[in-house]
Design a protein around this ligand. Sequence first.
Ligand code: M6R
Length: 616
Amino acid sequence: MCGIVGYIGTRKVVPILMEGLKRLEYRGYDSAGVVYFHDNKLIKHRAQGKLGNLERIIEDVLGVESHVGLGHTRWATHGAPTTENAHPHGDCNDDLVIVHNGIIENYQTLRSDLKKRGHIFRSETDTEVLAHLIEDHLDKDLVAAVRKALKKVKGSYAVGVLWKGQPDIIVAARNHSPLVIGIGNGDGTFLASDVPALLPYTRKVIFLEDKEIAVLSAEKWEVKNLDSGRKIKKQVQTITWDAGMAEKTGFKHFMLKEIYEQPQALLNTLRGRIDPQNGRIELPEIGLSEKYIKTLERIVLVACGTSWHAALVAKYWLEEWVGIPVEVDIGSEFRYRTLLLNNKVLTLSISQSGETADTLAGIKLASQLGSKVITICNVVGSTMTRQADATLYTHAGPEIGVASTKAFTSQLAALFLFASYLAQVRKTLPSNKIKQLGQAIIGLPTLLEENLPDLQKKIKAVAELFYDSRNFLFVGRGLNYPIALEGALKLKEISYIHAEGYAAGELKHGPIALIDKDMPILGLVPKDKVYEKSISNIEEIKARQGQLILIGSKGDRHLKKITEHVLYMPKAPSMMPELNPILFTIPAQLLAYEIATMRGCDVDQPRNLAKSVTVE
Ligand code: M6R
């Protein structure tokens, strides 16, 4: 939610800010703006809507001789997505400017107080309050003023501040919203909400923690505790992602690129975690002792959106292989219900970004109640990885498309390993079965790689028939029920078609009333242990003239008798139906992608959404 970028150094600043914003646009695209020093003045440019609008109005200043500036891309919370509400926001005379990601919860009280003291407001945002609040405390020292102002603030923030009185520094601070400093190669210092914005310039980064304030100059950086002002020694980390990973590399959309990257992402997540000799699973990074795993009584999975669907799949694996009760919760529900947790309950959070506010709040509570917390996360150094006791990284690489694709299948792979590992330690599966599971999942990336282009062609043909539908149902049973939910989420978020996912057996309890000859229903019917049951449900739909699209296992000729729209998936390696959720996700992703592009939707930046949801 909102992206911040900043630079101070020897390079020209505007192109750096624009490139950074491009790489952060996934965080919000309601408006964008930049500010830089020129001729001793702070020059602001802002535009409503996507970054392209800002690009058009700043064409002439790209080459301006300025070497200090800030940029922002907004996901609106307080105030409509207008130019007036676009960041950067200034104080009364625009001598001080700020960019902000987060929510100032007490902004109304602060605003009316500041108004009484004569401050003039020009936007409806909570952010503008910060600019005036800092102005109110400003004498000669920007850092001191920012510290004093932020002490009065309740809520979340990542901020970058510039002031005419000290044009040779950027002040940045964070509390519950991410912020990363990039250390240039002798050419300056960078600031960003997320690592992809820094990749063209540096891989040396410092992650700010909550209640830390940083002072950046062209040659150096310093981090202090916001409350005490005491200097903090920070660890410089080296990021292994390369700049190209955050580019489209010939694909029309990031989403399609990321769908095609799934074989590699899966491989990266699995690599080094399955012993090729004996098939044993090795997950030393989760730091759980055998004794702890053996005495564990329950596992609670917490996540949001697509990551929650991954958790739903994992419940099946964990309960079947480990024989341990598993609860799955949506972050925003978990944090507000009575939690029965203790040190015999392991909490596992799942998140691509590692910044999702509701999931973060959930694991904080879990820790307070004595539960150990492990996170499955894609973004190195993200808040969740620092809040959890340990992290099992998915190594999917940066995911830019707002619709999660490769992050989801990599989460499934990580969860598959995690469940097999617990079964190995608790000896709830024979070692031979664990070896087979490991070998099967290792075979999956190649199978996907070989089949993806052909699958896309076939899905495209189906999409052509159904792209103008107003509604869609997705059904599946067992392990594929969460995939039905995921298929429906993908379709609705990028094509704006109303879509619902159901457990196929649940249709008769209500949703079957929706079925008529105009309702397309995508059924996931692999050959697995609930196949016969699924087919009965599919027949019930057919009897009510629903338009069936079936995705089944190669060789299942029966499906052709039910409907002409059948897509066959290759059989999972070693014929392991346990792997079907990963395999059957791919056609659902491609269907959503093809339908959305046919409807002319902005696939990578669907309306009203942002990639990481850092607000409640
Ligand atoms: O970064 P996270 O995995 O925590 O994000 C959770 C959801 O916001 C995310 O999965 C969302 O549902 C995706 N846009 C779905 O494609």
